[in-house]
Write a protein of this length. Structure first.
Length: 524
């Protein structure tokens, strides 16, 4: 576009989900949005609704597809959205990537990709959708993916066009996950669409729509009979019918310091095992169930007890898990919370603290969605990460796999880096192993020591460093840096790419040098 011409006016671009607030649904002009959706039965209807709502509002659209445009239109029609008229009318432009674009695009790098997009999408288009965008964003090459993403954002801002990119990580190599999370940190929005309990969840990781920023959260979606998606209404707060207003407590005997004192209160029922607790919880309209985590209670049994109580009891019944002589690891606390625990009372707190916790929970209803697979939730609380020093390639792949598998589970992780010479880094890593650091993996490169802490939030990372590095900590403290979000971890780990020659190690690059320029075919 010549410098003296101004960008065309852009009509409203909307996700088109019935029931979705406009503050989320209306996308901001000139921004790039990323959407992870492995399930085609969810991704195609969402894209069809996005296109139909936008086209109906008068905005012309372009879609770049990895497959046959006719198949995409056919699937959209089966989902209840007929895009054929708009395609024939020219308002919807469908472009197919001919063959496998990955190899030829690697030959020229980012410039051919951006030139192709600029050449293919005319200035009358207010929305560009790039379906399964991993190859076009060159995610197999960390450095090139940054350049393409930066160029795409600049192109969208210059044109005033909304760009929506979709990704299917389950079909791609695991190493691409970190590049994806790194480049999407600069996108206007990034969300994940996944199947959940017969419907779907739209997880907003960060989202800046036309109306401003949106709080991170999950939206429950329903799949209609025709295949379309609609936003499920928020669950209503249940009534407290039959509530006597008296404080009712069901407690495992070993969870209390003074069980006999509790028995003297008519509102308390003290039981000896989980089966009795579950049965007593069925009769509560409100109150608290107190369970214990101790040497006589396996973690798996505690998880199943929490899940059973939550499903049997009324929403106004809180569940308190009290540590008795043992400490729950953070990942275990998260698993219990997902299964229905209201709070965990740390070891060392007395019965007075328990009473205060129950009083604070009084009057609140449990409204969170429970996981379908209890065993998967329990497994997420464990880890196969035995403490070890790893070569940089294996370390980076391992972190990528853990972050990818943690999508939607809300497990915190921390990447800690100690800036020092390699000899010192090796010494610190050996010291950490000797001090029996748990749930961690380490790697040494010329920049220092990399330490990945599974299930550990950033707020606790410094205390872990103090413990495992001991008297060496004051000396290295100024060189310690931490990252806690998947995007930030991905950005930091890009440093490791050059350490083991990612581009040279990728066999696709060698093949790509013999391939020709990118070719696309325009439909219609």
């Amino acid at each position: 576009m010549p410098a003296h011409e101004s960008p065309p006016a852009v009509a409203r671009v909307s996700l088109g989900l019935p029931g979705l607030d406009a503050s989320i649904a209306v996308l901001a002009p000139g921004q790039v949005y990323g959407l992870v959706a492995d399930a085609q039965t969810l991704r195609v209807p969402l894209l069809a609704q996005l296109l139909l709502a936008t086209l109906a509002g008068g905005t012309r659209c372009t879609v770049i597809l990895p497959g046959d445009p006719a198949a995409f239109v056919s699937k959209a029609r089966l989902a209840g959205f007929d895009l054929g008229w708009y395609e024939r009318n020219g308002d919807l432009q469908l472009i197919r990537q001919r063959g496998d674009p990955l190899l030829p695009l690697f030959r020229g790098g980012p410039d051919p990709v951006l030139e192709m997009i600029d050449r293919s999408v005319d200035e009358t288009r207010g929305l560009l959708v790039i379906e399964q965008a991993e190859p076009l964003l060159l995610l197999s090459d960390a450095e090139a993916s940054w350049a393409v993403a930066d160029g795409l954002r600049a192109w969208a801002a210059r044109r005033g066009t909304v760009v929506v990119t979709t990704f299917t990580p389950a079909t791609r190599p695991q190493r691409e996950f970190l590049s994806l999370r790194a480049v999407t940190e600069d996108f206007g929005g990034f969300a994940a669409l996944r199947e959940h309990e017969g419907g779907a969840l739209l997880d907003l990781r960060h989202w800046f729509a036309d109306g401003g920023s949106v709080m991170r959260g999950s939206l429950s979606l329903r799949l209609q009979g025709t295949g379309g998606l609609t936003v499920a209404p928020a669950p209503a707060v249940p009534s407290r019918g039959g509530d006597t207003g008296l404080a009712q407590v069901v407690a495992i005997e070993r969870a209390l310091e003074d069980p006999l004192g509790a028995v003297r209160d008519a509102g308390w029922v003290v039981v000896s095992n989980h089966a009795e607790a579950i049965e007593a919880a069925r009769r509560l309209s409100s109150g608290t169930v107190v369970l214990a985590f101790d040497r006589g209670t396996p973690f798996r049994a505690l998880c199943h007890a929490v899940a059973s109580v939550r499903r049997a009891a009324a929403p106004w019944v809180a569940i308190v898990v009290r540590e008795r002589g043992l400490r729950l690891r953070l990942a275990q606390q998260i698993a219990l919370t997902r299964l229905g625990t209201s709070t965990v009372l740390p070891d060392g707190q007395d019965d007075i603290a328990l009473a205060l916790a129950m009083r604070a929970l009084s009057g609140t209803a449990f409204m969170r969605t429970l996981p379908e697979d209890i065993e998967a939730t329990i497994a997420a609380a464990g880890t196969a990460l035995a403490p070890q020093l790893m070569v940089t390639r294996a370390f980076r792949d391992m972190v990528s796999e853990v972050l990818s598998s943690s999508e939607g589970i809300d497990l915190p992780h921390t990447l800690l880096h100690v800036a020092c010479d390699p000899a010192k880094a090796q010494q610190l890593g050996t010291l950490a192993l000797q001090r029996k650091i748990r749930d961690a993996a380490m790697s040494v490169d010329p920049s220092g020591l990399w330490l990945f802490l599974f299930g550990c939030p950033v707020s606790r990372a410094n205390s872990v460093a103090v413990r495992v590095f001991g008297r060496n900590h004051p000396e290295i403290a100024s060189g310690i840096s931490t990252e806690g979000t998947a995007g930030d971890i991905a950005r930091r780990l890009e440093r490791l790419a050059g350490a083991f020659g990612v581009r040279d190690a990728d066999p696709l690059r060698a093949v790509a040098t013999r391939a020709g320029p990118p070719v696309i075919a325009r439909r219609g």
